[in-house]
Design a protein around this ligand. Structure first.
Ligand code: AR6
Length: 167
């Protein structure tokens, strides 16, 4: 089956998919942006599980239950802080998508939504980051077409336009 890949504008916490991805920080103990929204919507049990995970390295990912979210799972990944492009940001961002994808496959996830990792507080330019996101996921799906639906969840119409230009 061919995977449906699409971009939408939404609050990722509302999406009724198997799994949503969180743009977290290395502590995994919550923060602002999409991370804050996910913790608020999932409820305090999420923080409790996150405390047991021992943090997460930049470019890596960890999985938890979804608690009060419609999604069954949350994959928490830590994007790079943008430092101008010469600090391995590209590889680290691609690794976020790859590690998240691998964890999703391991749990037999069939539908997943990604926020635009690193492009908020961490300052990665959306024009560059969206290309990394789409290219990485498309190449993973070529080898492992095991997910039915991948959603790039944008938080503004401008970001949606950027993603739709690539898709
Ligand atoms: N649904 C979907 N996308 C959202 C939502 C939402 N509810 N809220 C924000 N976005 P950011 P980062 C978008 O800053 O750059 C946290 O404090 C937002 O518009 O959430 O990876 C963490 O704890 C942007 O397009 O994540 C880290 O410390 C995208 O999500 C740090 O921020 C990512 O923006 C991570 O920074």
């Amino acid at each position: 089956m061919t995977t449906i890949i699409r971009a939408v504008v939404a609050d990722i916490t509302t999406l009724n998919l198997d799994c949503i991805v969180n743009a977290a920080n290395t502590s995994l103990l919550g923060g602002g942006g999409v991370d804050g929204a996910i913790h608020r919507a999932a409820g305090p049990d999420l923080l409790h599980e996150c405390r047991l995970l021992g943090g997460c390295k930049v470019g890596d990912a960890k999985i938890t239950k979804g608690y009060r979210l419609p999604a069954k799972y949350i994959i928490h990944t830590v994007g790079p802080v943008w430092q101008g492009g010469q600090a391995n940001e590209f590889e680290l961002l691609a690794s976020c998508y790859q590690r998240s994808f691998e964890l999703a496959i391991a749990k037999d996830v069939k539908s997943i939504a990604f926020p635009s990792i690193s492009t908020g507080i961490y300052g990665y330019p959306i024009e560059h980051a969206s290309k990394v996101a789409v290219a990485t996921i498309q190449s993973l799906l070529l080898d492992q077409p095991l997910i039915d639906e991948v959603v790039f969840c944008c938080f503004s119409h401008r970001d949606l336009e950027v993603y739709n230009d690539i898709l």
